[in-house]
Design a protein around this ligand. Structure first.
Ligand SMILES: [Zn+2]
Length: 224
């Protein structure tokens, strides 16, 4: 399955699948505009700014009024309407229910974040993909033998634990709060890898998304 990652971190998320599907809009309009003429459907996982950037949504709503939006979150719907998206162009899906939207079949499943957030499973021309970001765990989520896995590998547990120990030693409360929130709202490499091992088939492809440089690489700079 063809895909391209335009951005995938807390600085802004946006991925294009098979030219027609856009996953999250957390980047500036100038970074994504060349993809928009072919995009038919935009999935917004949740309302955080790195996934739903209002200034960009406003421009999309104005310049591409036929693009449809898809979400499971009422908070997202409210924000999209505020940005000028016509309500009849927003599909609000119930989780765990399969929908046939013509162009593709989709199913949303609830994730574990600090605002309503959904994983998206889709089927396009017989191929299956799944997108999972910003979740503290993947309990209950199964996606066996999919063609494409776009899944969050936010932090390495050993690196984050070391950062937390240092922050506690230095009485750095802001950093302690940030690191604890990371554990409560994002997926670690070991959780991500376990999911992939349990679910991938012999022809499956995966891509790690939503990495934190600071918590995922040795000597990464603190960038939050
Ligand atoms: Zn988030």
């Amino acid at each position: 399955m063809k895909y391209s990652i335009i951005g995938s971190s807390s600085k802004g998320n946006c991925i294009i699948v098979e030219d027609v599907l856009m996953l999250d809009v957390g980047l500036s309009y100038s970074k994504i505009k060349k993809y928009l003429p072919k995009v038919k459907l935009i999935f917004i996982s949740h309302s955080h700014q790195d996934h739903l950037l209002s200034s960009t949504i406003k421009k999309i709503a104005y310049n591409y009024p036929t693009i449809k939006f898809l979400t499971g979150s009422e908070v997202v719907v409210e924000k999209l309407v505020e940005c000028g998206v016509n309500k009849k162009n927003i599909y609000i899906l119930k989780s765990n229910k399969k929908y046939d939207l013509g162009l593709l079949k989709v199913k949303l499943e609830e994730l574990y974040h600090d605002t309503p957030n959904y994983a998206m499973k889709w089927e396009y021309k017989g191929k299956k993909g799944v997108y999972i970001v910003d979740t503290s765990n993947v309990e209950g989520l199964v996606a066996r033998d999919y063609d494409l896995y776009l899944i969050e590998n936010n932090y390495r547990e050993d690196i984050l634990e070391q950062h937390l120990k240092d922050a506690i030693d230095n009485d750095d409360n802001n950093k302690i709060f940030y690191l604890q929130r990371t554990i409560q709202t994002h997926l670690s490499k070991s959780q991500c890898d376990s999911f992939l091992i349990e679910n991938m088939g012999s022809n499956s492809v995966y891509e790690y998304v939503h990495l934190s440089k600071y918590n995922n690489t040795e000597n990464g700079d603190f960038d939050k």
